[in-house]
Structures are given as structure tokens and as C-alpha cells.
Design a protein around this ligand. Structure first.
Ligand SMILES: NC(=O)c1ccc[n+]([C@@H]2O[C@H](COP(=O)([O-])OP(=O)(O)OC[C@H]3O[C@@H](n4cnc5c(N)ncnc54)[C@H](OP(=O)(O)O)[C@@H]3O)[C@@H](O)[C@H]2O)c1
Length: 268
């Protein structure tokens, strides 16, 4: 049975690639584009906007309008940190499953989404990074964390990224918390000098976000033992195709779960 997908962020860097991929699947009927959301293209045919063979889907201004326009099984959100929470809430309250690609949500936001999804009996799958090689970075870090008591996370992105830390770094910190608790030889509240230079505590890990032109997104974790270090790092490239396969995998699995799953590896 085809999975009917609404893409929020249809004109964006990732959204465009997702819609292209979904349209390519239409012949096999595995996925169908049911609706699309992008304020700048409201009222236009997304096929014409993206220069694709027309899927005949008119772009909506909001997720509420999009879900009212056509029956939908899954909302995929790649929009903006300011709107993602409300978009997911709208989907769940309409008993539509959701896949969260957009960054910016905190662990507390995810707890609320989990409760809401359970209340409405639908599944939500979120991943700070849907690329399969970033999942390896996370997996290796989770393994290493069993054996180290000292680590810190570096989060690099371009200067225009509105949110910090990245979804990749947030999720890494969240998952590390389930494995082990890092320690500091100088407690953070006893640091001499500006304490902010030691980074921000995110789910017990210190995270340092750099926003510099030239980066797309890189995430690095440095573990230390006395007199040695282990560094694990993932670097994203300039193309958004890397996120498509993992995102569509999540769309396929979303209606098989109830509540929130945070981490693509948990459905692989
Ligand atoms: N989890 C992952 O693997 C992953 C990978 C890449 C990116 N991301 C995250 O995904 C998000 C989107 O990234 P991107 O690079 O694709 O962004 P982008 O190119 O800026 O595209 C954003 C999209 O969201 C729409 N949008 C912006 N503000 C909106 C609003 N208030 N309401 C509804 N739609 C709105 C834009 O529509 P308009 O045309 O109307 O502006 C556009 O279609 C970011 O948070 C990014 O960090 C996550």
C-alpha cells in the first residue's frame, strides 16, 4: 500500500530532494506525495516550482492547510526551528505520523512530542542526522563512551545556521547520556575565567558550537584517557541527497511505532 507523504519545507535544500525522490517512487506506488508546505510557494504546483514532472500537488501555506487538503499518512518536516514543534503537534493531533528532520528541538520538546504521540496513538521518528554515515559516527561514539569518562562534543556549521547546537550534536549528547556520564577534573562552576568558554551542557555533555563560513555541518567528539585521545568525526557534504534514504526509511516505519523514536539507528 502506498504511503502518502506531506513534505513541509518543500522548497528547501532537503525538501526539494525528498520530493524528487518521492516522485521517482510514484511508479512503484511505494510513496506518493499527498501535500507540500512552503510559505513562499503557496498556491503553486510543486511540480512547476521544482521543475519536476507535475505531481499535481498545490503547495499549502501551513501544515494545517496541507493536512486538510489531502489524506496523508506521514508528515516529513524539514522547515525551521521556530515552527517544527507546532508542525509536529498539528500532525499528531490529526493522527498523522511524523518524521522530524528539522533541528532545534530540545530533549524537553521531544518528551512533550512523545507524550502527545502516545496519547494520539501515532508514531514519530526523529533523527538529528538522517545520513547513514552520521549514524556510524554516533554508533561508534556510543560504543566508545562505555570505556571513557571524559569527552566533549564539537559542532561546526556555516555562519548562517540559526540554531545551536545542531540536531546531530543534540542527539549525540542525548544518546550518550543513556550510556555514561562524563566527568570534569575541574568542576564547571569552579572554572576560573568566563565559564561559557567551557561550552554548554546538553544532556550532561559539554557542547561547543562553531558557526563559520565554509562549513556545512561537521560533528566531532573527542574522548580522552590519560596521555591519549580518540576523535570520531562526521563531515556532511554540499548535497542533500545523503538525507533522503534515511528519511524515507523513517517514513516507512513511522506507522509501525507508537510514540517517539529518537535516533535513526533504532529503526535500522
Ligand atoms: N536531520 C537531518 O538529517 C537534517 C539534514 C539537513 C538539514 N536538517 C535541518 O532541517 C531543517 C531544514 O534544512 P534546509 O537546509 O532544508 O533548510 P532550507 O533550505 O532553509 O529550507 C527550509 C524550508 O522550510 C520552509 N520554511 C521556512 N520557514 C517556514 C515557516 N515558518 N513555516 C513553514 N515552512 C517554512 C521554507 O519555505 P520557504 O520557501 O517558504 O522559505 C523551505 O521550504 C534545518 O533545521 C536543518 O538544520 C536536518
Amino acid at each position: 500500500m502506498t504511503i502518502r507523504i506531506c513534505v513541509a519545507g518543500a522548497t528547501g535544500w532537503v525538501g526539494k530532494e525528498l520530493i524528487t525522490a518521492i516522485c521517482a517512487y510514484e511508479a512503484s506506488e511505494k510513496f506518493t506525495l499527498s501535500a507540500a508546505v512552503a510559505p513562499s510557494a503557496t498556491g503553486q504546483d510543486i511540480g512547476q516550482v521544482l521543475n519536476l514532472a507535475s505531481p499535481g500537488v498545490i503547495v499549502s501555506q501551513t501544515v494545517t492547510d496541507a493536512l486538510a487538503s489531502a489524506p496523508t499518512d506521514v508528515l516529513i518536516d524539514y522547515t525551521h526551528p521556530e515552527v517544527v514543534f507546532d508542525n509536529i503537534k498539528t500532525a499528531v493531533e490529526n493522527k498523522v505520523c511524523a518524521v522530524v528532520g528539522t533541528s532545534g528541538l530540545t530533549s524537553e520538546d521531544y518528551e512533550k512530542i512523545d507524550a502527545l504521540a502516545r496519547q494520539h496513538g501515532v508514531g514519530v521518528i526523529a533523527s538529528g542526522n538522517f545520513s547513514l554515515s552520521a549514524i556510524w559516527m554516533q554508533r561508534l561514539a556510543l560504543q566508545a563512551a562505555k570505556d571513557f569518562s571524559h569527552w566533549e562534543i564539537l559542532d561546526y556549521a556555516g555562519s548562517g545556521k540559526p540554531d545551536a547546537p545542531s540536531g546531530t550534536a543534540r542527539e549525540l549528547a542525548f544518546r550518550l547520556k543513556e550510556i555514561n556520564t562524563p566527568t570534569w577534573d575541574v568542576p564547571l562552576d569552579q572554572v576560573q575565567g568566563p565559564k561559557a568558554t567551557r561550552g554548554a551542557s546538553v544532556d550532561n555533555s559539554q557542547v561547543h558550537s562553531l558557526r563559520i563560513p565554509g562549513f556545512i555541518l561537521s560533528t566531532e567528539i573527542i574522548f580522552g584517557h590519560a596521555d591519549e585521545r580518540l576523535t570520531i568525526r562526521h563531515d556532511s557534504g554540499t548535497r542533500a541527497q545523503a538525507y533522503v534514504a534515511g528519511t524515507l526509511m523513517a517514513a516507512e516505519k513511522a506507522n509501525t511505532v507508537k510514540g517517539l523514536i529518537r535516533g535513526l539507528d533504532r529503526i535500522l
